[in-house]
Design a protein. Structure first.
Length: 100
């Protein structure tokens, strides 16, 4: 095997290794929020309001808001503060959990 081929082999090996060993960047609960935001947006054509999330996930308004801030800080969602229904999920669909 030539030197160039060996280099390509190691690059491919390490890229596959890093994809397979990469841990999820969110907790199971955060995954449920992400899945809800994604599927709600897909069904309705616009993002959920915090009240929509509160009803579905059965948590208090402060809990919803704090989770939104946490997801935004972790780079899992994007939003425009002060603009209603501006949340979008930054995680690819194949990395989202099933919505329970």
């Amino acid at each position: 095997m030539g030197r160039g081929n060996l280099l390509v082999f190691f690059q491919l090996f390490f890229s596959i290794y890093s994809v397979n060993t990469k841990k999820k960047r969110y907790t199971p609960r955060q995954g449920q929020y992400l899945a809800f935001i994604y599927y709600y947006s897909k069904i309705h054509g616009y993002s959920p309001a915090e009240a929509d999330m509160q009803r579905y996930l059965k948590v208090s308004p402060p809990s919803i808001h704090q989770m939104i801030l946490t997801l935004e800080k972790k780079g899992l969602i994007e939003r425009i503060p002060g603009q209603a229904r501006s949340i979008s999920v930054s995680v690819p669909l194949e990395q989202l959990p099933d919505l329970e």
